[in-house]
Design a protein around this ligand. Structure first.
Ligand code: HEC
Length: 153
């Protein structure tokens, strides 16, 4: 006890949890500064950003970019045929020989590779081919392409 009348500092022990937290914070701060200071660790926001962009590009590329994937697949061709009858036959005729739209079994001026056909179907073409991306999405368009390619052999 303090009987002198002069105020003195108490000698209560600091709670252990508080001390652990305090030193933990110091360790965390040092770790944080070291690992996120470009001059020390080489960490860079730009590098991290670029890595994420690359990962994202790969994911979307592998998920979307193969319009030819159903070519030769009988089930997909049958689905494509049904979709063709519903969405395309009005202009290109039931047998794709052409009407308002051109013959799809002949030479295609915008190209007859799966990639080019996908462009024609999804984005449309200027002289009256409507864009079907909204209505069909990618998978149905791929099946349509498989059907159209099966007519071209
Ligand atoms: C409203 C009528 C119409 C409908 C419906 C339509 N097309 Fe077309 N399509 C056209 C016209 C017109 C063109 C020619 C466009 C041009 O020359 O710029 C064309 C062009 C195309 C081409 C490119 C041909 C080339 O010469 O390169 C493809 C492929 C095609 N259509 C496929 C389809 C498919 C598949 C569907 C069904 C999802 C469809 N079209 C529905 C009218 C239509």
């Amino acid at each position: 006890m303090n009987d002198s009348g002069i105020p003195q500092e108490g000698h209560n022990k600091i709670p252990k949890g508080w001390l652990a937290f305090f030193f933990g914070m110091i360790v965390f701060l040092v770790w944080y500064i070291v690992s996120y200071t470009p001059a020390i660790s080489g960490w860079s926001f730009y590098r991290e950003f670029e890595q994420e962009m690359k990962a994202g590009e790969k994911a979307t590329a592998s998920a979307t970019a193969d319009p030819g994937k159903y070519i030769g697949n009988a089930g997909a061709i049958a689905e494509g045929k049904a979709e063709y009858a519903a969405s395309c036959a009005a202009c290109h005729m039931a047998d794709a020989s052409g009407g308002i739209g051109p013959n799809l079994k002949g030479n295609l001026k915008y190209g007859s590779t799966p990639d080019k056909m996908f462009e024609s179907i999804s984005l449309g073409r200027p002289n009256g081919m409507p864009p079907f991306q909204q209505q069909l999405g990618n998978e149905k368009a791929y099946k349509l392409i498989a059907f159209l390619q099966s007519l071209r052999k």
